[in-house]
Design a protein around this ligand. Structure first.
Ligand SMILES: CC(=O)SCCNC(=O)CCNC(=O)[C@H](O)C(C)(C)COP(=O)(O)OP(=O)(O)OC[C@H]1O[C@@H](n2cnc3c(N)ncnc32)[C@H](O)[C@@H]1OP(=O)(O)O
Ligand SMILES: N[C@@H](CCO)C(=O)O
Length: 398
């Protein structure tokens, strides 16, 4: 139950069960797999901003919707997922989705984003592994997975595909685009690319441009994947032994997950405690925090594709809303609509000053709203009470 007294663990049992389910390693969605609640849009050929290949042919976007677009077509809300999220924002675990919606606490009747009032849309990004065209998808020429051939994509390429989805759904203008982390980056890109199609934005724990520190942390994650002998340069899908770079991806997640939580939280939760009876002092046991990170590393390696991880991390590294637009300040000035900028005070990966910069550049923002939490970056998934209150108040004022 969250701070508003709303039941948020309605699907918790499904998620728990899913954690132990035999999810195939590198579980990239492939055509023919169960679609779940998803629909699929053929976007056609997508011109790419930065890759020398120039165009990604035959792009499919996997998306989900909840609620109805009203007659005035002014109630559409786009929710943009973060790095390892997907279109399954809301709902139970289901075939094709091993866990319940990643923002179940934000969406639902009586919640800030409410399908009884809003037409809610979310899509898996281009490059993803949950139904949209990505490295595990078949290459149009030979039908084999793209693998290492999959091009470099940017946040702007992802948004270009999302614009095609909005066109397809008849949405000229979003009431609100919101999302955490990488989702916030796309909300900002939308606002700057097509300001007349964006009614309001609410980026959470995000930034206008990826910083050197953020690039640095993600560089070691990529190195971990590349160093796994089972990575095979990115062409591991049909490896005779069936092995993918699960170890490298798990290590990448352990590095990342450390940055998603705070120093204080780790100290408070785990301190120097041992996992079970195993003594880590020369006897092969583990500190509890090591066990915790290993758990999250293994869990991601079971549910996510390493090539997608690489391409999305590279897209985050490339993120700079000011590129080719005269810098961040000039770019942000293109959008003058309402903006809610939210930060978690203990976020060491996307620190408060990132949000302060955003707030300063967005004329429609009225100061950063700060979620007080010991958790760090993952606060956007954990602190539903505070975050919901900010989004609900902002949304009600639109
Ligand atoms: C848009 C998007 O971002 S979508 C992606 C969102 N989903 C994810 O990021 C998936 C990874 N999950 C997480 O990061 C977190 O579980 C969150 C952020 C969703 C929730 O945070 P919290 O509620 O604080 O969960 P926490 O970080 O404690 O993790 C709980 C898990 O760690 C396990 N765990 C806790 N302590 C230990 C330990 N000492 N040793 C081993 N495992 C441990 C728990 O058993 C639990 O496992 P389960 O999730 O498989 O049931
Ligand atoms: N938990 C989030 C963190 C990145 O913002 C994810 O896995 O996408």
């Amino acid at each position: 139950m969250d701070d508003d007294g709303i039941e948020t663990d309605a699907w918790a049992a499904d998620e728990g069960a899913a954690a132990d389910s035999p999810i195939p390693a590198s579980s990239a969605w492939r055509p023919g797999d169960h679609p779940g609640h998803r629909q699929f849009l053929n976007v056609g050929d997508l011109p790419l901003e930065a890759d020398p290949v120039g165009t990604l042919p035959g792009v499919t976007l996997a998306y989900e919707t909840w609620g109805e677009l009203n007659a005035a077509r002014d109630n559409a809300v786009y929710i943009a997922h973060a790095l390892t999220g997907d279109s399954h924002v809301w709902g139970p675990a289901e075939p094709g989705h091993h866990t319940g919606g990643w923002w179940n606490a934000m969406v639902g009747a009586g919640r800030p984003i409410d399908p009884t009032r809003h037409f809610v849309v979310s899509a898996n990004v281009v490059g993803g592994c949950q139904g949209s065209t990505g490295p595990a998808s078949p290459h149009p020429v030979d039908g084999l997975p793209w693998g290492s051939r999959f091009p470099y994509v940017t946040m702007r390429d992802m948004v270009a595909a999302e614009i095609a989805l909005a066109d397809h759904l008849g949405i000229d203008r979003w009431r609100l685009i919101t999302g955490p982390s990488m989702g916030g980056m796309r909300a900002i890109e939308w606002a700057v690319t097509v300001p007349d199609r964006v009614g309001a934005i609410a980026p959470v724990g995000s930034a206008a441009a990826t910083t050197a520190d953020q690039i640095a942390w993600s560089t070691s994650q990529l190195a971990a994947v590349f160093a796994d002998p089972n990575f095979r340069g990115g062409d591991y899908y049909d490896a005779a032994d069936g092995e993918g770079p699960h170890v490298g991806l798990g290590i990448a997640r352990m590095i990342a997950h450390t940055t998603y939580r705070s120093e204080g939280e780790l100290a408070e939760r785990f301190g120097r405690s041992y996992q079970g009876a195993g003594d880590p002092l020369g006897r092969g046991g583990l500190f509890s925090v090591q066990s915790y990170l290993q758990h999250h590393g293994r869990k991601l390696a079971r549910r996510f594709d390493a090539n997608t991880y690489i391409r999305l991390v590279q897209a985050i590294q490339s993120h700079d809303v000011g590129r080719g637009r005269g810098g961040v300040e000039t770019a942000l000035a293109r959008y003058t609509g309402p903006a809610l900028v939210v930060a978690v005070d203990s976020d060491r990966l996307y620190p408060l000053k990132n949000s302060q910069l955003l707030d300063a550049g967005l004329s429609g923002s009225n100061g950063v709203k700060v979620v007080h939490s010991p958790v760090g970056h993952d606060g956007f998934l954990v602190e539903s009470g505070q975050l919901n209150a900010f989004i609900a108040e902002f949304e009600a004022g639109l």
